[in-house]
Design a protein around this ligand. Structure first.
Ligand code: PLP
Length: 384
């Protein structure tokens, strides 16, 4: 059953589009990864850890320095009380933390509230765990979270978990305090575990990121997930973690130990140092990203796309309707050959594509000259 469900997911559109970009030489504004390295200091720290012999399995939880740095980061930045020994688990990217949370906390037949559009691994990981998603849809152009729809989806005998992502991929939204309060209310009312994906926690340009665990009654039922990939621009390091109450973290650990056990030891040492001084490292990355966001948004708007400016993350959504294009999926498939650019149809993040038929997601985590060239190509493409 699980094998069949996984086969049905096929190759993701991100993999397909990145392969298309590599094959055609198109500028890849599809998949969300920066085209420059993160802080040199962290690379030097990873080298130094390798040279000093930190090359064997890490402890299952993660190297103690990193677990401590994660707990201290949560305390310093958000006032959250996290036990560095029992309340932290280092994982192979946020993606493994998400999968291990579902495998460790759900039984086959359980249901999970998933807010769409969603990062693709949530629904696949639920399928691996034998669980079924219950979708709550956020609609363009504002992608607001509807408290009534949320309450309806969360109320059911088999619902055990709610997955929340803020700052949100693909919309770039940072959820408001009212929206977070609505999420907290349904989790408490229905006794749900909240799994929060906060990989873009440091990449907020407008407003403020508030972890769900900060809300009253939520710390004891929330597993908070993050990743060095996004915070420090090292997506290829695949170094993530979760933190929260010991019983939730223990469930993740039980699953994770048989998925990959423990690895990336020198990278863990480097990220421990990075997190201890996170703001110093992240501030310049965030400033550059914000300038790239504005560059791409302005460029797309000048061409005639409908643009909603994202408050955070790597992504902007552009509406093709003002350009007279009705099918964004088709448009994205033709874009590499027509314009030499790759983008992702936003409908790929929905269970049912209807709300986002004319929307396209562009990644702006690229060098300024790459964004300028992409805008130039889009502006002079023959499809208009
Ligand atoms: C919302 C979200 N969660 C998780 C991930 C993956 O994180 P990692 O590379 O640490 O597994 C991504 C990557 O794009 C993402 O956008």
């Amino acid at each position: 059953m699980t094998a069949a469900r996984l086969r049905a997911f096929g190759t993701t559109i991100f993999t397909e589009m990145s392969a298309l970009a590599a094959r055609t030489g198109a500028i890849n504004l599809g998949q969300g990864f920066p085209d420059t390295d993160g802080p040199r200091e962290l690379v030097a720290a990873a080298h130094s850890a390798m040279r000093s012999g930190a090359n064997q399995y890490a402890p299952l939880a993660g190297v103690p320095e990193l677990c401590l740095a994660i707990a201290e980061h949560q305390r310093r930045r958000y006032g959250l009380d996290v036990d560095p020994e029992c309340g932290v688990q280092v994982t192979f990217g946020a993606t493994e933390a998400i999968a291990a949370a579902m495998l460790g906390l759900l039984e086959p037949g359980d249901e999970v509230v998933v807010i769409e559009p969603f990062y693709d691994s949530y629904v696949a990981a639920a399928a691996i765990a034998g669980a079924t998603p219950r979708f709550v849809t956020m609609h363009p152009p504002d992608f607001a979270l509807d408290a009534g729809a949320l309450a309806e989806a969360a109320a059911g005998d088999r619902v055990r978990m709610l997955v929340l992502n803020s700052p949100h991929n693909p919309t770039g939204r940072v959820l408001s305090r009212d929206e977070l309060a609505a999420v907290a209310r349904v989790c408490i009312d229905n006794d749900l575990v909240a799994v929060t994906d906060e990989v873009y926690e440091h990449l907020v340009f407008d407003g403020e990121h508030v972890p769900l665990a900060r809300l009253d009654g939520m710390a004891e039922r929330t597993l908070t997930i993050s990743s060095a990939g996004k915070s420090f621009s090292f997506t290829g390091w695949k170094l993530g973690w979760c933190s929260g109450p010991p019983e939730l973290v223990a469930a993740v650990r039980a699953a994770k130990q048989f998925m990959s056990f423990a690895g990336g030891t020198p990278l863990q040492h480097a990220v421990a140092g990075g997190l201890a001084d996170a703001e110093r490292h992240v501030a310049p990355l965030r400033a550059a990203l914000q300038a790239d966001r504005d560059r791409l948004c302005d460029g797309l708007r000048a061409i005639g796309f409908g643009v909603s400016v994202p408050a955070g993350t790597y992504f902007v959504n552009a509406d093709l309707a003002p350009l007279g294009v009705a099918d964004a999926r088709e448009w994205c498939r033709e874009l590499p050959s027509r314009a030499g650019v790759v983008a992702i149809p936003t409908s790929a993040f929905y269970e049912r594509p209807e709300p986002a038929q004319t929307l396209v997601r562009f990644a702006f985590c690229k060098r300024p000259e790459v964004i300028e060239e992409a805008v130039e190509r889009l502006g002079s493409a023959p499809w208009r």
